[in-house]
Design a protein around this ligand. Structure first.
Ligand SMILES: Nc1ncnc2c1ncn2[C@@H]1O[C@H](COP(=O)(O)OP(=O)(O)OP(=O)(O)O)[C@@H](O)[C@H]1O
Ligand SMILES: [Mg+2]
Length: 355
């Protein structure tokens, strides 16, 4: 007996937000950049649609195709939106489980909630076909950040979560489990290992920030607000300047540098130019920060009828970037990982795949 849309919403709605494909607004192209992750997710969702066929094939080698993905990285970098966009493209309903509805201060309730949510989603997937269960802030299960402070209880919640993941992997149900976290360092290593795919999200670099800004500006074309053309011109100019510095530094140092590493690029920028621009201002901004900056600017432009460069600059400045709020430990480990990766590639030893 298949579940109706209303039944799915009513029963799973207790644990999070259920999105039917027709209700999802974002598309994959709305999240710019992240090409290698999109490529992996494309493979993943295509395979999920052909669940039985892929399971049969894997079985021939005694393997089980675990449909589990861990997305990690700073807030506002597209983890949830991109997954929802893929669910829409592949016509698969998704439930985004909110950790605060799962984690309870009452002994045993967290475990019960985890089991109930996964069991329900498994039943839906068994009856209706592929389903995605997305655990937001998965680190809250079994970390000090959760409301449960008794160590034994935290451990039991982690174990319970691992058991349900293992079970659905073995049962041959087309249920994909996603986990998302901003605190990869606080995530229990056993949970980490249970996910087949680990996809890392980052703050956008200056080239991607330019594309994100331009794409948001292009979306404003249907509004009755004019956009000062100098915004585009100055963005191009600033981008060219940064590119030139980046090339000069690469030549001088003998290797490419990231704008987030050692601040070399921006120190050089400051030496050469007195004035900064939108791209320099938005170092450490997420896509979501840029979106908020546009919205703040629009509240002003709505009254004046024209979005100017200065209005946009001031609004982005007001909003601020997420990087300054990110746990230093998480940021450092990300940079260490990147350094290791670039050192490995310099030595021509194959590093971890760039996913
Ligand atoms: N690369 C990007 N290109 C365009 N827009 C982006 C990009 N990254 C983020 N955004 C914008 O930010 C919004 C919020 O992103 P989303 O909620 O998916 O982030 P998240 O990584 O799930 O954050 P959190 O960790 O806080 O849950 C998106 O809907 C989109 O509008
Ligand atoms: Mg999210």
């Amino acid at each position: 007996m298949t579940f109706s849309d209303d039944e799915i919403k009513e029963r799973l709605g207790k644990y999070g937000a259920v999105y039917l494909p027709s209700e999802i607004k974002e598309s994959i192209d709305d999240i710019l950049g992240n090409e290698s992750k999109k490529d992996r997710l494309e493979d993943f969702f295509k395979a999920l649609k052909k669940y039985e066929e892929i399971s049969e094939q894997f079985k021939k080698s005694n393997l089980i195709p675990n449909f589990t993905v861990l997305l990690y990285g700073p807030p506002g970098t597209g983890k949830t939106s991109l997954t929802r966009a893929f669910s829409k493209k592949y016509n698969i309903p998704i439930c985004v489980i909110e950790s605060d509805r799962l984690v309870s201060p009452l002994l045993g309730d967290t475990i019960k909630n985890i089991r109930n949510a996964v069991e329900l989603a498994s039943e839906i997937a068994k009856e209706n076909g592929a389903f995605v269960l997305f655990f937001d802030e998965i680190d809250a299960i079994g970390s000090e950040r959760s409301n449960i402070h008794e160590v034994g209880e935290i451990k039991r919640a982690v174990i319970s979560f691992l058991q349900v993941i293992d079970r659905i992997n073995y049962e041959g149900i087309p249920l994909a489990i996603f986990g998302a976290t901003n605190h990869q360092n606080q995530l229990d290593s056993a949970i980490w290992r249970r996910f087949t795919f680990h996809l890392k999200f980052d703050f956008p670099n200056y080239t991607l920030r330019k594309k994100i800004i331009e794409s948001f500006l292009n979306k404003l074309k249907n509004m009755k607000i004019g956009i000062d053309e100098t915004i585009y011109l100055r963005l191009n100019e600033e981008h060219e300047k940064i590119e030139k510095i980046s090339k000069d530094l690469t030549k001088k140092l003998g290797h490419e540098i990231s704008e987030f590493e050692d601040n070399l690029l921006w120190k050089e920028f400051e030496k050469r130019y007195a004035e900064d621009g939108l791209l320099k201002l938005t170092i450490g901004y997420s896509g979501s920060d840029i979106e908020r900056g546009i919205k703040v600017a629009l509240f002003k432009a709505f009254h004046t009828g024209l979005l100017t460069y200065d209005m946009f600059y001031e609004s982005l400045k007001l909003v601020g970037g997420t990087a300054i709020h990110v746990n230093r430990q998480d940021l450092l480990s990300t940079i260490r990982e990147d350094n290791l990766r670039s050192k490995r590639s310099k030595l021509s030893i194959e590093g971890p795949p760039e996913i």
